[in-house]
Write a protein that binds this ligand. Structure first.
Ligand code: SF4
Length: 88
């Protein structure tokens, strides 16, 4: 049996996914990959970003106005030392 060396995803798919990611990054901002963000899905399929810091710090709105461009509470969920927790 011969082995096919196919890429994990077709090139068009990869660029499509990158375009979606860029669009999300532009519309959501920092909450997109913040460890304190929790994505809430509505019954209608809309997604809301809940800031979990709002439970302990009144300076953080429960549902921040998007896109969030500057935030003192931001912590990258992919940063070294982060537990990457990101409940959905
Ligand atoms: S800390 Fe800031 S960036 Fe993180 S979820 Fe809350 S509002 Fe968004």
């Amino acid at each position: 049996m011969s082995e096919l060396n196919l890429p994990a995803a077709p090139l068009w798919s990869r660029s499509y996914n990158e375009a979606i990611m860029q669009e999300q990054a532009a519309s959501v901002g920092l909450c997109l990959d913040c460890v304190h963000a929790k994505v809430i899905q509505s019954d209608r399929g809309s997604a809301f970003y809940l800031c979990r810091l709002s439970a302990t710090d009144r300076e953080f709105p429960k549902y921040p106005r998007l896109p969030v461009r500057i935030c003192r509470g931001y912590e990258n969920s992919k940063a070294e030392g982060s537990d990457g927790e990101r409940a959905t």
